[in-house]
Write a protein that binds this ligand. Structure first.
Ligand code: 13P
Length: 248
């Protein structure tokens, strides 16, 4: 049985003081739940949010990292820095990294390997643009992103990875993939994983959906057996909305 994961991606939306309040309010509001919960915050907030989350079941995540251990990489942050701050998850290859900051599949692959080696849990984001969907290229795009990102990841390490299917056209737009579109993409990802690894490994990997997930669409999107949770942007900034999604 895969444990569902609801991860909030706070992006660049607040400073540490408001982040701490939000983290505490979420922790107070969740009650008993079988769902794993994480909040992924900007680098300077990691230590502060780790403090706010201490003693709660909510895990800490980061939104990016570099693949090198150290060196002259101005503006970058290493895996060891994330683990020192108490980080469990790291989002890699988010579409905003790929499309706004020009991150390549090759970079994502290097980051993924380093995250695994550093015992972080990578949340690997993949997804097609609207143009690619309209040209019926969705599966080709997902396949290429999976192939490139996971090319040197062995089966025993692959089990810990979380894959987030985030169609670029659904991110921050209020347009959600239909439950059928989300399910089809997740099924495609699962069958790709079966081919690359095997059934046993594939069954352990969690596949999330991300893109305008709200409390009122969360349960229908997560109805598919292949979808094991959500990566939530905008709605993770509001306590009631995020808790509403957790209680899907
Ligand atoms: P929204 O939920 O705001 O569409 O963002 C999704 C996302 O990018 C999560 O990583």
């Amino acid at each position: 049985m895969r444990i569902p994961l609801i991860a909030g991606n706070w992006k660049m939306n607040m400073t540490c003081e408001s982040g701490k309040k939000l983290a505490k309010a979420i922790a107070e509001g969740i009650g008993d739940t079988d769902v794993e919960i994480a909040v992924c915050c900007p680098f300077p907030m990691l230590f502060g949010i780790a403090d706010a989350l201490r003693g709660t079941p909510i895990r800490l995540g980061a939104q990016n990292m570099h693949w090198e251990d150290s060196g002259a990489y101005t503006g970058e942050v290493s895996a060891a820095m994330l683990t020192e701050a108490g980080t469990t998850y790291v989002i890699l290859g988010h579409s905003e990294r790929r499309h706004v900051f020009g991150e390549s599949d090759e970079w994502v692959q290097k980051k993924l390997c380093k995250a695994i080696e550093s015992e972080l849990v990578p949340i690997l984001c993949i997804g097609e643009t609207l143009e690619e969907r309209e040209q019926e290229q969705t599966e080709n795009v997902l396949e290429k992103q999976l192939e490139m990102s996971l090319k040197s990841v062995a089966a025993n390490n692959a089990e810990r990875i979380v894959i987030a299917y985030e169609p670029v056209w659904a991110i921050g737009t209020g347009k959600t993939a239909t439950p059928q579109q989300a399910a089809e993409a997740a099924e495609f990802i699962r069958s790709w994983l079966v081919n690359k690894y095997d059934n046993e490994v594939s069954e352990k990997i969690r596949i999330l959906y991300g893109g305008s997930v709200k409390p009122d669409n969360a349960s229908e999107i997560m109805e598919s057996e292949e979808i094991d949770g959500a990566l939530v942007g905008g709605a993770s900034l509001k306590v009631e909305d995020f808790i509403g999604i957790i209680n899907f």
